[in-house]
Design a protein around this ligand. Structure first.
Ligand SMILES: *Cc1c(COP(=O)(O)O)cnc(C)c1O
Length: 395
C-alpha cells in the first residue's frame, strides 16, 4: 500500500520545494547564545532566537538544573494527577502566579499544550471565542477543539472587535483571545482598549504572553505591566521556552476556579507527561533571578532602542515595535532570502520571512534582540546590514 502514498507524498514535497516554501532546519553545534557555532564550523552572531534574556546558556540555571537532576531524578514517568507531581512542580506554579500577580497556575509540557487545552474544558456551544486574526497556531488549534461559536477580528482592529462583541451578545459567555506580542511585526496587543471593550460588552480576556513575558514592561511582567492592568486579565498563557531559559514547558495562570477546572478537564494536562524535575528546579531559580534584578530587561530594552535607532538612521524601513522583535521590511520575497544569505556570509544569523508566513508583498528579515548581545555585536550586525543593504540596493 505504501507505494501509492509514497508517490503522493513525494509529489507534495516537490511542489513545496518548487514554490520555494521548503523549510530546511538550521543546525547549530554549540549552546544557544549570542555567538553560536553552525555546522560549517563558522561562528556567527545569532539574531534569530527567542533567547530574549540570554538565559539559554546561563550558568546559574545550568547549576540549578543539575542540582534538581541529582536530587529529584531524570524523569517523572507519569501525568500529574497519577504520580507525576513533585513539590518543585507546585513551587514553580507558585512562582509563576507571583510573577504575574495571579491566583493560581497550571503547568503544561509546552505553551502549545496550554493553548490547546484551555478552551474546551471551559466553554461550550453556548459560548463565543473572539480571536485576533494573527494569533499563534496553538490558539487557533485550541479554538478548533472547542464547540464555542468563533469570531475573528483583523489584527488589533478594535472596531472589528467591537462588532464581534456586539454580534456575540446572545451567547452565554464571551472570551476575547489575543497574543501579547505578535511575532511577525513585534507589535503589542492594545490591551487597554481590549479591556475597555471587554468591560462594556461583558467578555473575559485571555492573553498569550509567550513573546512578551520577561520582555515587555519595565520589569518584564509582560503586556499587563505595560498597560498597568495587572490582575485584570482573566487568563494568561505563556512558555518557559523563550525568554524564561528556553528549555521547555508552558503554563496557564489566572483565577483559581479557572485553573482548578483545567486541572480536572484539560486534556493535554490529564493525558501527557509532567515536565522533568530539572526544568522545574531551574524554572524556580529563574523566577528568583527575575525578582532579584531587572538588569536583563534594562539591557534588552537598551539594545532594542539602539538597534532600531541605528537601523532607521541607516535608511532601513523598520516596523513599529514594542518588543524585542524587529522587522526589517524588504517587501520582496527573493530579496529577503538573498539578504539573509548574504548576512550569514557576514557572520550574522537572521531569518527572512515571506508569504505565506507573512502577507504577500510584505517580506522581511526578522531580527530578534537579546540581553546577551553586547554593543559590539549590535554594531557588527548593523554594519553587516548596511553593507549588504547597499549591495542589494535596499538602502
Ligand atoms: C512560541 C509560542 C507558543 C508555543 O510555545 P511552546 O512552549 O514552544 O509550545 C505559543 N504561543 C505563542 C504566542 C508563541 O509565540
Amino acid at each position: 500500500m505504501y507505494g501509492d502514498f509514497q508517490k503522493f507524498l513525494q509529489k507534495e514535497l516537490s511542489s513545496i520545494k518548487e514554490q520555494g516554501l521548503f523549510k530546511n532546519e538550521r543546525i547549530i553545534t554549540s549552546p544557544q547564545g549570542a555567538i553560536i557555532k553552525i555546522e560549517s564550523g563558522q561562528e556567527v552572531l545569532n539574531f534569530c532566537a527567542n533567547n530574549y534574556l540570554g538565559l539559554s546558556d546561563n550558568n546559574e540555571l545550568i547549576e540549578a538544573a543539575k542540582k534538581s537532576l541529582d536530587e529529584r531524578g531524570y524523569g517523572m514517568s507519569s501525568v500529574r494527577f497519577i504520580c507525576g507531581t513533585q513539590d518543585i512542580h507546585k513551587q514553580l506554579e507558585e512562582k509563576i502566579s507571583e510573577f504575574f500577580g495571579t491566583e493560581d497556575t497550571i503547568l503544561y509540557a509546552a505553551c502549545f499544550d496550554a493553548n490547546g487545552g484551555v478552551f474546551e474544558p471551559l466553554l461550550t456551544d453556548e459560548d463565543a471565542i473572539i480571536s485576533d486574526s494573527l494569533n499563534h497556531a496553538s490558539i487557533i488549534d485550541g479554538v478548533r477543539l472547542c464547540k464555542a461559536k468563533r469570531y475573528r477580528y483583523s489584527n488589533a482592529d478594535m472596531n472589528e472587535l467591537e462588532k464581534c462583541l456586539k454580534e456575540a451578545q446572545s451567547q452565554r459567555f464571551r472570551i476575547i483571545v489575543t497574543d501579547g506580542v505578535f511575532s511577525m511585526d513585534g507589535n503589542v496587543a492594545p490591551l487597554d482598549k481590549i479591556l475597555e471593550l471587554a468591560d462594556k460588552y461583558k467578555a473575559l480576556v485571555m492573553v498569550d504572553e509567550s513573546h512578551s513575558a520577561g520582555v515587555v514592561g519595565k520589569t518584564g511582567r509582560g503586556v499587563t505591566e505595560l498597560y498597568k492592568c495587572k490582575g485584570k486579565v482573566d487568563i494568561i498563557t505563556g512558555t518557559l521556552g523563550k525568554a524564561f531559559g528556553g528549555a521547555i514547558g508552558g503554563f496557564t495562570t489566572g483565577h483559581k476556579e479557572i485553573i482548578s477546572m483545567l486541572r480536572q478537564r484539560s486534556r493535554p494536562y490529564l493525558f501527557s507527561n509532567s515536565i522533568p524535575p530539572m526544568v522545574a528546579g531551574a524554572g524556580i531559580h529563574m523566577f528568583e533571578m527575575m525578582n532579584e534584578t531587572n538588569d536583563r530587561q534594562n539591557k534588552l530594552h537598551k539594545n532594542v532602542d539602539y538597534f532600531i535607532t541605528k537601523m532607521k538612521d541607516a535608511g532601513f524601513d523598520i516596523k513599529p515595535t514594542q518588543s524585542a522583535i524587529c522587522a526589517v521590511m524588504l517587501y520582496d520575497a527573493k530579496l529577503s532570502q538573498n539578504m539573509a544569505t548574504n548576512l550569514l556570509n557576514e557572520g550574522i544569523y537572521v531569518t527572512g520571512f515571506y508569504y505565506p508566513v507573512v502577507p504577500k508583498g510584505e517580506a522581511r528579515i526578522r531580527v530578534q534582540l537579546s540581553a546577551a548581545h553586547e554593543t559590539e555585536h549590535l554594531n557588527k550586525c548593523i554594519n553587516a546590514f548596511i553593507k549588504v543593504g547597499k549591495e542589494l540596493g535596499v538602502i
